[in-house]
Design a protein around this ligand. Structure first.
Ligand code: FEO
Length: 401
């Protein structure tokens, strides 16, 4: 490993020294179909500084990449922007290997790191807005509490106009390329949206406030170095602009129809509702849970205006896959949606009512009382399904941007 794993130069004195996780497909319940990276950055200042570390199993990869630039024992400071273990998991071992003079984290971060690792050394607190001299360079720390953990902060390297943005503006994307301008746009846009939807969506109001705050500070950012995925050295305004759009959650003329099925009746209802939506001019995503993961569903919901949920009734309850997806969606708090429920049943048919209750708890603007059918839909029920789709399309056309 020693010879072959190299750092990537970001500028004259900043290097990417992270790790690439080509195999991860489940990131605490989020389907990471393209793997991920855990980014750490080395700053060759008078005080040599490491910004963030990597997930525990990748310690050696990080140290070897650092060693391709400088002896890791020459590192003076380690900054921990975020204590979640994909960025701090190897911190205790990294401290042992590097023996830094100081380790810095936010006020909440110092507590969180101790609560994770029970370290026998002090972590130095840095406060919101505080600066740290590295001798010839200066770092400034901005707390970003609840974006997305209480300890989260970002670090700005003023002389290079470079923002170490921690999880923000990142994406789960393993690649040989380290810079966004080397990767196809459609992949970047999809994976960034998926990351926002699955991680940051519930904190959208804080995202909007933070973007305003950064604008108010008048700082120039020429490079964004996040903790996952590629580094932005060109078109740096793209991610902040997309974040502003996603945080606003303005409804668009797009509907997501998510469902599961036992004997294809609920599936047939879903497909017929989708025909009604499409005929009404609404862009429609049909998402059978047999083949779509819940993290893909919320990615599509991110810019949708309507959410229609189909579930058969099984043992007096909604289908387990639908229940799991709704629990996930509810936690992510999407806003400004209209929606309804539908499904087939055999005996008592509780599922549709249960789904409507969850949609109401999610503050979704309900359309109708839900549509249910005993066993198999006939032509008249399919006509109702089509009509339901048309009705949602008409309503959505009036409110969407
Ligand atoms: Fe990438 Fe919140 O850790």
């Amino acid at each position: 490993m020693k010879t072959y794993f190299q750092a990537t130069q970001v500028n004259d004195r900043v290097y990417w020294v992270g790790a690439i996780d080509w195999s991860i497909r489940n990131f605490h319940g989020y389907a990471t179909d393209r793997g991920s990276t855990y980014n750490a950055y080395l700053i060759l200042a008078d005080k040599v500084t490491l910004v963030d570390t990597v997930k525990a199993p990748f310690l050696e990869e990080m140290l070897v990449r650092i060693a391709s630039v400088i002896d890791p024992r020459k590192i003076d400071y380690i900054i921990s922007n975020h204590s979640e273990m994909d960025h701090s998991g190897c911190l205790p071992q990294a401290i042992q290997a590097v023996k830094p003079e100081k380790v810095f984290a936010s006020v909440m971060g110092t507590k969180a790191l101790q609560e994770h690792f029970h370290l026998d050394r002090e972590i130095s607190e840095v406060k919101d807005g505080e600066s740290l001299s590295l001798g010839n360079l200066n770092l400034t720390f901005l707390e970003t509490r609840m974006l997305h953990w209480p300890d989260s902060m970002v670090t700005y390297l003023a002389e290079d106009k470079l923002l170490f943005s921690q999880d923000a503006f990142g994406m789960h994307l393993a690649s040989s390329e380290r810079f966004a301008d080397q990767i196809e746009d459609w992949i970047l846009n999809y994976e960034a949206a998926k990351y926002y939807a699955n991680i940051l969506l519930p904190f959208s109001a804080l995202v909007s406030k933070l973007l305003e705050r950064v604008k108010g500070l008048g700082i120039t950012i020429e490079t964004i170095a996040p903790d996952h995925g590629p580094i932005w050295r060109k078109e740096v305004s793209r991610m902040p602009k997309l974040y502003a759009t996603w945080a606003a959650q303005r409804p668009t003329n797009k509907a997501v129809v998510v469902y599961d099925t036992m004997w294809q009746s609920t599936a047939l209802m879903a497909r017929t509702i989708a025909e009604g939506l499409r005929a009404g001019g609404t862009m429609t995503k049909l998402m059978p849970l047999e083949s779509c993961h819940r993290s893909e569903v919320v990615t599509e919901v991110l810019d949708a205006g309507a959410l229609l949920v189909g579930s058969p009734t099984i043992n007096n309850n909604m289908f387990p896959t639908v229940a799991g997806t709704l629990a996930y969606l509810k936690g992510l708090k999407p806003k400004n949606l209209m929606g309804t429920a539908f499904g087939s049943y055999g005996w008592s048919g509780e599922a549709v009512g249960q789904v409507m209750e969850v949609l109401a708890e999610m503050k979704i603007d309900l359309i109708g009382d839900g549509l249910k059918v005993k066993y198999v839909p006939d032509e008249s029920v399919l006509a109702e399904c089509f009509s339901l789709g048309s009705r949602v399309a008409e309503k959505l056309g009036k409110v969407s941007s």
